[in-house]
Design a protein around this ligand. Structure first.
Ligand code: ADP
Length: 164
């Protein structure tokens, strides 16, 4: 990619990826030349899927969207963003409840590295109540998650829950 190409990182747990995340990735891909979806190796959270499994689920969900890369990272997000020569970090804002935490993160990241700009994108309102935890909860109790995650993710979710 050339030097003036605009690169964004979309970091998160993606445990698993949902239509809400995909909505944000599509919007980011309109603005940026390249979007790197970056799975955080967060040791504090106990994920259902391994980092590698989450990356496979993302790759299968974004095939139709151009100029997307899927990676994983650990350590400070701003350090990873610098290594990738990223211009921006993308975060999704669903509701006011997201705002306080996201503002705190964005300001801390700015303090750590002035040159990393956080960009907030809003999903379609039909995804505004959606998150990975609620999808896992619904699937665990046999509810239908068709409208929350792509078929491939649903399939892997049901297999995983059957074995956990
Ligand atoms: P994290 O542990 O970093 O919050 P998540 O996978 O839960 O990881 O979320 C990653 C990003 O995607 C966050 O910015 C979050 O606000 C956003 N996000 C999650 N679900 C949705 C959704 N349904 N619509 C829009 N953004 C979302």
């Amino acid at each position: 990619m050339s030097d003036n190409c605009k690169i964004a990182i979309y970091p998160g747990s993606f445990d698993p990826i949902t239509y809400g995340h995909i909505d944000i990735i599509k919007r980011a891909s309109i603005i940026f030349d390249e979007v790197i979806v970056a799975v955080a190796k967060n040791i504090l959270k106990e994920p259902l899927f391994s980092v590698e499994e989450r990356m496979v689920l993302i790759e299968n969900s974004i095939r139709e969207i151009p100029h997307i890369k899927v990676e994983s990272f650990d350590g400070l997000l701003v350090d990873y963003a610098s290594r990738k020569h990223a211009n921006a970090v993308i975060r999704g804002l669903r509701a006011v409840s997201d705002f306080e935490y996201e503002l705190q993160m964005a300001l801390m990241n700015r303090k750590l590295n002035e040159s990393v700009i956080t960009v907030f994108l809003m999903p379609h309102e039909k995804y505004s109540y959606l998150n990975s935890s609620i999808v896992k909860e619904v699937a665990r109790f046999g509810g239908n998650v068709d409208s929350f995650v792509p078929p491939f993710v649903q399939e892997k979710l049901l297999v995983k829950l059957r074995h956990s």
